[in-house]
Design a protein around this ligand. Sequence first.
Ligand code: PXP
Length: 251
Amino acid sequence: MRRHLRLGVNIDHVATVRNARGGRHPDPVRAARLAAQAGADGITAHLREDRRHIADDDIERLMRDLQLPLNLEMAATDEMLAIALKHTPHAACLVPEKRTEVTTEGGLDVAGGHNHLVPYVKRLGDAGIRVSLFIDPDRRQLDAAKAIGAPVVELHAGAYCEAHGAARDVELSRLEKAAAHAAALGLECHAGHGLSFETVGPVAAIATVVELNIGHFLVGEAIFGGLDQAIRRMRALMDKARADAAGERSA
Ligand code: PXP
């Protein structure tokens, strides 16, 4: 089990607040610098087709100013591919994107439409960008991700986070099984979407998950206690869950 679980802080919604007034404050690049000091291992930003939060200039400034690796979330479109190839961030996460959605509603249908994704995975990979596919915790999607040569998958944790009681246990078990299957296939496994202080522990405890990407909750929580404090607490909860799980396994 890899002990250190990486935390990617998604800064999209700092930009959402900025864009509500159209000025420069709050600046997502400043939030990224602060996240680095608070214990983030990477920064994640989703450049959407409609630029509803992160803007092109944010990506330029993140690439120029930031010491941490940038994970660019993007739809598999020629426009986004050109932007990724121009900036060559450390990583790119391919996500499905619908104009009318409030947030990324589900994972990519890699199994159903993989011919579309193949050139994107290849061209990003050839440029030295680590490619991940955002998918539901579903064996078919994992098998398809492997088949098209993606080295990394990010499991959509939204259904787990939204469920309650026994239904949440079912969703957690889906994540656990998918993470185990990813490891068996030799895929690096990440998880994200909807994670909070309440939901992060059991996902952090999954031994084969090596990175969590978390945004909306942290930015929301920053309103009450500051971004630094929110990230530090999330980091501590992740580390504790990881250490406890490792202790149980070796006992
Ligand atoms: N991972 C991916 C691929 C996402 O699309 C998102 C949302 O942009 C996240 C993680 C972070 O989700 P949240 O903002 O709910 O923490």
